[in-house]
Design a protein around this ligand. Structure first.
Ligand SMILES: O=C1C[C@@](O)(C(=O)O)C[C@@H](O)[C@@H]1O
Length: 158
């Protein structure tokens, strides 16, 4: 299992890229919906986007709600932003919502698919109203957009 994010590297801001349940299966999971890029590809894309802005990323994926909550807590006072694809927990988790609210780190909610064009139960998110931005349906590019937005926000340009 991947470890929770470690301390921020001195001198460079860090963005936490957090993926929830089943996103470890990207690449083979319903490729007609989620595409063929793997989670490693997504994390590299985010890393490259951050690096271009002089930032680092910490990547963490878990299928467990509490582990995601712990990772959000670990970002407090360290990360300049959180890119969060909480997967199905988006639609169910008050705990993840409360964790994001508690740490006061700006978060961008990302979904690879356009959840609003899918089943009704995916239309509600516990995260949207407490997120700085929501990106859905842009495929894995959404992670890049989220990193770029958080970089601009951190630089006072958004
Ligand atoms: O696991 C996921 C992935 C998802 O967050 C997306 O990236 O499109 C959409 C969620 O509804 C779903 O449960």
């Amino acid at each position: 299992m991947t470890e929770a994010p470690s301390a921020t590297e001195a001198g460079r801001g860090t963005i936490l890229v957090l993926n929830g349940p089943n996103l470890n299966l990207l690449g083979t999971r319903e490729p007609e919906k989620y595409g063929t890029a793997t989670l490693a590809d997504v994390e590299q894309l985010a890393r490259d986007a951050a690096d271009a802005r002089g930032l680092d990323v910490e990547c963490f994926q878990s299928n467990h709600e509490g582990a995601l909550v712990d990772a959000i807590h670990a970002a407090r006072g360290k990360a300049i932003g959180i890119v969060l694809n909480a997967g199905a927990y988006t639609h169910t988790s008050v705990a993840i919502r409360d964790a994001i609210s508690a740490v006061q780190v700006p978060a961008v909610e990302v979904h690879i698919t356009n959840v609003h064009a899918r089943e009704e139960f995916r239309h509600h998110s516990y995260l949207s109203d407490i997120s700085k931005a929501v990106i859905a349906g842009a495929g894995i590019l959404g992670y890049r957009f989220a990193v770029e937005y958080l970089a601009d926000l951190n630089a006072g340009k958004a």
